[in-house]
Design a protein around this ligand. Structure first.
Ligand code: C2E
Ligand code: MG
Ligand code: MG
Length: 250
């Protein structure tokens, strides 16, 4: 879409960062989220403009730019970071599947000097659906660089438990729809518990997304989730000098 391309050229796209905390509320990571801020029109949400970018192929340009911005941010943050801190970047299927993708990630890491073990790539179940072998190979190649993988929106796609076994996934993100309902809905609570149990036995970390209330947080801690992300801790915001400042209520 020409408008999106123009917006990109005009510098109207920005990378914002949302904090992730551990069970004690300490910042242990962040997720990079793209924003289109043009000052005149209503803001277009990423779900909408990412879909446009995917259709037009612009996603590769935007994705490379986002990855580079995150790597530069990680370099700037490095003096403030604890050893386990990682920043997540979302990948569209087309980005992950592009023939040059592994090479491009390697290049951007080298060019920026970012520590590869600070980088985490988020993919969805649908991205790996068509060719599990290929996905596993590609993920292993990236893992060899030090990058780790997170399975986003877990429980909403064509989830298959074999994915968790066959893919080198370090982390699973329980979709926010479960987090929103599990306190009231016993079926959702059972699913959350099953995901946590399964991931624990496979040595995969569990992150809960969309945590908005203290009650949700407390229960998710009890259930054994490892990390938490949501408006309760902070929205996606302009990167501060110290990532601990991403917390809205420290
Ligand atoms: P996602 O990766 O699942 O990101 C989480 C979404 O949940 C974000 O929406 C975030 O702002 C929102 N969120 C976080 N905490 C809460 C909460 O407590 N309550 C509620 N209701 N929502 C919360 P956002 O930023 O609108 O992004 C939507 C989707 O767009 C993302 O979903 C991701 O799939 C995609 N996206 C965003 N940035 C990028 C990007 O740079 N590249 C690609 N390929 N996709 C992106
Ligand atoms: Mg995500
Ligand atoms: Mg998600």
């Amino acid at each position: 879409d020409a408008r999106l391309r123009a917006a990109f050229d005009e510098g109207e796209l920005h990378v914002r960062y949302q904090p992730q905390v551990d069970a004690r509320g300490r910042v242990v990571g962040a997720e990079a989220l793209m924003r289109w801020i043009d000052g005149t029109c209503d803001p277009v949400g990423p779900a909408e403009f990412i879909a446009i970018a995917e259709e037009s192929g612009l996603i590769h340009l935007l994705g490379d730019w986002c990855l580079e911005a995150v790597c530069e941010r990680l370099v700037a943050w490095e003096p403030h970071l604890g050893s386990a801190f990682r920043c997540s970047v979302n990948l569209s299927a087309a980005e992950f599947l592009h023939p040059d993708f592994v090479e491009r990630v390697g290049d951007v890491i080298e060019r920026t000097g970012a520590a590869p073990h600070r980088l985490r790539l988020e993919i969805t179940e649908d991205t790996v659906l068509t060719d599990l072998e290929f996905a596993a190979e590609r993920m292993n190649a990236l893992r060899a660089l030090g990058v780790e993988f997170s399975l986003d929106d877990f429980g909403t796609g064509y989830a298959s438990l074999t994915y968790l076994r066959r893919l080198p996934v370090a982390e699973v993100k329980i979709d926010q729809s479960y987090v929103a309902r599990f306190l009231e809905d016993p079926a959702d609570a059972a699913i959350v518990r099953a995901i946590v149990d399964l991931c624990r036995s496979l040595d995969i970390r569990v992150v809960a997304e969309g945590v908005e209330t203290r009650a949700q947080f407390d229960r998710l801690v009890e259930e054994g989730c490892d990390a938490f992300q949501g408006y309760l801790f902070g929205r996606a915001s302009v990167p501060p000098a110290d990532p601990r400042s991403l917390l809205e209520r420290p």
